[in-house]
Design a protein around this ligand. Structure first.
Ligand code: HEM
Length: 238
């Protein structure tokens, strides 16, 4: 083996032992970002195709509201998964997906809300107010949307610079938005969470996923996972 080769391997072993794994080519070439952006637009394109081919059931507005709501939920979960995924894998480049995923979550939530408030109710806020009285899921949806709105507005570098430490604190609210969105989902499909009826499986799975992701953010758990990963890598390298 030539000198250059052995130097490269030595460097690789040192980086692995230090726990800072070299970025795989896939991440280096930003393929993950491109795939993420393409995948994020698929649900909207699918919705448009379903609309123009008449596949949106006999109540297309309700079907569109539901599909957009489900995509919003998925995007919120994906945005929340970024940091725990970095903890598990060590691929710090994944951080680049955090902001766009958060913004996609906000975009789909806004479309979901607009479909209901604008298309379904024609912005008739008096009627909406009356309708909301009998629907327990409205309040949690509204608060979750308000949080996502604040997070989207403050996601720019200017706010990061001006809010400093408080920016991080503020953006931790994404967990509250996720929790409230799951509650909204559960109540919207089931009506009463404590009565065993309706479709509770999917909201329950989202709840478990959120608890798992939140668990991975707890400092003690996070440190234990990172230590375990680094030991594993060092053993493989040595
Ligand atoms: C102002 C805020 C919101 C309003 C007014 C609102 C409105 C609604 C309405 C009316 C439904 C019932 C649709 C139907 O079955 O007829 C619904 C369901 C749903 N919403 Fe929202 N929503 C809001 C916020 C959110 C947020 C923030 C999320 C997630 C990030 C979300 C996700 C969902 C989901 C997953 C469903 C269930 C879809 C299904 O039936 O499969 N919503 N929402």
């Amino acid at each position: 083996m030539d000198d250059m080769g052995s130097v490269t391997i030595k460097k690789e072993k040192e980086t692995i032992a230090a726990g800072t794994v070299r970025k795989p080519p896939l991440l280096r070439f930003q393929w993950v970002q491109i795939v993420m952006h393409i995948l994020a637009w698929v649900p909207l394109v699918q919705l448009a195709v379903d609309y123009f081919t008449g596949k949106l059931t006999i109540n297309p507005i309700q079907a569109a509201t539901q599909q957009l709501g489900l995509t919003a939920m998925l995007m919120v979960a994906a945005a929340l998964a970024v940091t725990p995924l970095i903890t598990l894998t060590g691929f710090s480049s994944l951080q680049k997906l955090s902001r766009p995923l958060g913004l996609y979550a906000f975009m789909y939530t806004t479309l979901h809300v607009l479909m209901y408030v604008g298309v379904d109710y024609g912005f008739a806020f008096d009627l909406l107010w009356l309708d909301a009285q009998g629907k327990s899921y409205m309040l949690s949806g509204l608060i979750s949307f308000a949080i996502l709105l604040v997070l989207a507005i403050t996601s720019f570098r200017w706010w990061m610079k001006h809010l400093r430490k408080n920016w991080k604190r503020l953006h931790r609210l994404v967990y509250a938005a996720g929790g409230l969105a799951v509650l909204h989902y559960g109540l919207a499909v089931k009506g009463d969470l404590f009565r065993l009826q309706g479709d509770i499986v999917k909201p329950a799975l989202y709840t478990l996923l959120l608890i798992f992701l939140f668990g991975l953010r707890i400092p003690v758990v996070r440190r234990a996972v990172i230590n375990g990963r680094q030991k594993l890598l060092a053993r493989r390298a040595g």
